[in-house]
Design a protein around this ligand. Structure first.
Ligand code: CP
Ligand code: NVA
Length: 303
């Protein structure tokens, strides 16, 4: 059976930490200019049904640095976009490529793709999860803080794909996680129940101040995710008091760091001042998508 990277909850702590070890090694090699062509001659097919800057660029550049090649395929220009079944796309791509990265709406579609492709499949974001981003986030925290698992993390804003992935991560990595969302915008109930069953230390609240109090890591994301653009105005009202700003940051630990997966709507979910401020590690977080994903691809695809 091929190994896929669809959700953090499919992976053990030891295997995820091994990915971080490889990330550290590959990042150092890339910075020194030492070749690390672990995927020489291999091809990653990248299927996008949603927009992207970071995910597309980091996977494509990452494959190049690993000695391979990445194909950018947008649904608007593929037969998938015209209704070809995902299981047929999976079987055909598996005969040309060595791995597939997919960004789409439904997690079930990614699972179906993985079931029918006999090559590794990587989830590049669904409405439910964004596992590559959470790996980059945690790796970034590990570079800035002594013991990244023994910290208080907080999530302020929408109970979206990033919140769900963070909850999965809390179960696997064991850190404390407070999630503050407005009523009606809570994270996925099944994800929460599974994480709690697995022993995750979770606090769900409607009060951003309660979540931020003494926190070591503050994290937020847009109020309306891709596919929710029509709800923007309604969401702006619901999330008005869920902004990461200097006032909220004052409640956190003085050494706290601030993260955002980007793209950000400055002065909506996070102020321009905080993004540009000394506690922001947002651009290190964006850079680490490249290094972490190279380690994920090498782990799944190296022969
Ligand atoms: N954070 C992230 O996945 O960014 P993109 O949507 O630009 O890929
Ligand atoms: N929650 C956001 C993340 C973008 C990287 C979205 O799904 O649009």
């Amino acid at each position: 059976m091929t190994k896929d990277f669809l959700s953090l909850s499919d992976w053990s702590l030891a295997d995820l930490e091994a990915i971080f070890d490889l990330t550290r090694e590959l990042k150092a090699k890339q910075k020194e200019g030492t070749p690390h062509r672990l995927l020489e001659g291999q091809t990653l097919g990248m299927l996008f049904e949603k927009s992207s800057t970071r995910t597309r660029v980091s996977f494509e550049v990452g494959m190049f640095q690993l000695g391979g090649h990445a194909l950018f395929l947008h649904s608007g220009t593929t037969q998938l976009g015209r209704g070809e079944p995902i299981k047929d796309t999976a079987r055909v791509m598996a005969r040309y490529c060595d791995g597939i990265m997919i960004r789409t709406y439904s997690q079930a579609a990614v699972e179906e793709l993985a079931e029918h492709a006999y090559i590794p499949v990587i989830n590049g974001l669904t409405d439910m999860y964004h596992p590559c981003q959470i790996m980059a986030d945690l790796f970034t925290v590990s570079e800035h803080k002594e013991d990244y698992r023994n910290l208080k993390y907080c999530w302020i804003g929408d109970g979206n794909n990033m919140a769900n992935s963070r909850i999965n991560a809390a179960a696997v990595f064991g850190f404390e996680l407070r999630v503050a969302t407005p009523k009606g915008y809570e994270p996925d109930a099944e994800v929460v129940a599974r994480a709690e069953q697995a022993g995750a230390k979770l606090l769900l609240t409607e009060d951003p101040k309660e979540a931020a109090a003494d926190a070591d890591v503050l994290n937020t994301d847009v109020w309306a995710s891709m596919g929710q653009e029509e709800e923007q105005a309604e969401r702006e009202k619901a999330f008005k008091t869920f902004q990461v700003n200097s006032e909220l940051l004052k409640l956190a630990d003085p050494q706290a760091v601030v993260m955002h997966c980007l793209p950000a709507h400055r002065d909506e979910e996070i102020t321009d001042e905080v993004i540009e401020g000394p506690q922001s590690i947002i651009f290190d977080e964006a850079e680490n998508r490249l290094h972490v994903q190279k380690a994920i691809m090498a782990t799944l695809m190296a022969r």
